[in-house]
Design a binder for this molecule. Structure first.
Ligand SMILES: Cc1ncc(COP(=O)(O)O)c(C=O)c1O
Length: 339
């Protein structure tokens, strides 16, 4: 195992030993190539550069107490990447090839998988982009798939901590019939003005509203929203949000613990009725929400008044993290052991 200060790693990029690459040419995927370079040679007319033909994924490898390295629901990431590729007319990578690349890259970078108990993990970033030259607006005939890894520190250094969020009405990350359901780079570029405005105001993230009516909660920056009330887990139904794998999993855990679950439109005013609220995604698992500020209406919605995440949030968080770390039995069959 590499000798890094695991507990104080940032959520940023640190070079590991290898990445894996594969090219799609003449209508078929080639063989995987293992590289130790952090750079790519890219054609100046590649569609990935000009027309945003780019999609990515994010998942993590977890070191267990038993020394086994576990992946969490990698098939969902593979399937989502197929969906994203289709959404912007790219060649999709078959799920089995995604599996092979992800397992291999983790094995090759084993010494960078952070130790059990550090809260750090090995973040895995698959990317897919149009690499063939085109000048007219059309899909490329060539694609490149790369998977790289980087060890990342625990999202919340001193333990899970409630955060402040800002409702954003002046930027849309995605339109209802647009690309919001795909994990494509353009959505993140579109979100950056709002992300920076929220950070500058001291908030963790913007909460986007539905782009058409500005009435309903869409997403919390790069995470899905959920609210809790009356033993019910409520999360937005929207045509423009990414289907979070963490959210899908929390819904299943909530049900297994006797909670009701609802996926439906959440009007902004309903925020006042939740007893707990949170944002969920691979990076932090759950960011409990302490306050949501709506600058237009000058309303503050408050949760976690004692400074601590609520009981349902903690139950969901602890259960999911225990399964990911291999501390609890994999009762939902979400885990694959890499080695
Ligand atoms: C826009 C957006 N929403 C939600 C999520 C959370 O998805 P997941 O739980 O699959 O990481 C992410 C992160 O991948 C994201 O980028």
């Amino acid at each position: 195992m590499e000798n890094l200060d695991w507990r104080n790693l940032p959520f940023g990029y640190i070079k590991t030993d290898y990445n894996i690459r594969c090219q799609y040419r003449n209508g078929e995927w080639g063989d995987f190539e293992i590289s130790s370079s952090e750079y790519i040679d890219i054609h100046i007319a590649a569609t990935g550069l000009h027309y945003g033909q780019e999609a990515f994924e994010g998942l993590k490898a977890y070191m267990g107490k038993d020394g086994k390295i576990r992946l969490f629901r990698w098939e969902e990431n593979a399937k989502r990447m197929v969906l994203s590729a289709g959404g912007i007319k790219m060649a999709a990578l078959p799920v089995e090839m995604f599996r092979e690349a992800v397992f291999k890259v983790v094995q090759l970078n084993k010494r960078f998988v952070p130790p059990y108990g550090s809260g750090a993990t090995l973040y895995i970033r698959p990317i897919l982009y149009g690499s063939g030259a085109e000048v007219g607006v059309k899909p490329s005939s060539e694609y490149t798939f790369i998977v790289f890894t980087t060890p990342v520190g625990p999202y919340f250094k001193g333990g899970i901590k409630p955060v402040k969020m800002l409702i954003c009405r002046d930027v849309d990350r995605a339109a209802p019939m647009g690309t919001g359901i795909f994990k494509v780079g353009g959505n993140y570029a579109a979100s950056l003005r709002a992300v920076m405005a929220s950070k500058e105001g001291g908030y963790e993230s913007p909460i986007f509203l539905d782009a058409k009516e500005k009435k309903y909660i869409d997403e919390c920056g790069p995470a899905n929203f959920f609210g809790i009330k009356d033993n019910t887990y409520v999360t937005p139904k929207s045509e423009s949000i990414l289907n979070s794998i963490t959210n899908m999993s929390l819904i299943e855990i909530a049900r297994a613990h006797g909670m009701k679950t609802e996926r439906r439109q959440i009007p902004v005013e309903e925020l006042s009725t939740f007893t707990e609220a949170g944002a969920c995604g691979t990076a932090a698992v759950i960011s409990p929400i302490a306050k949501i500020f709506d600058p237009e209406k000058e309303i503050i919605y408050e949760y976690c008044r004692d400074g601590k995440p609520g009981p349902a949030t903690m139950m969901l968080y602890n259960k999911l993290v225990s399964i990911q770390n291999g501390d609890e039995p994999d009762e939902f069959s979400w885990i694959s052991v890499v080695s």
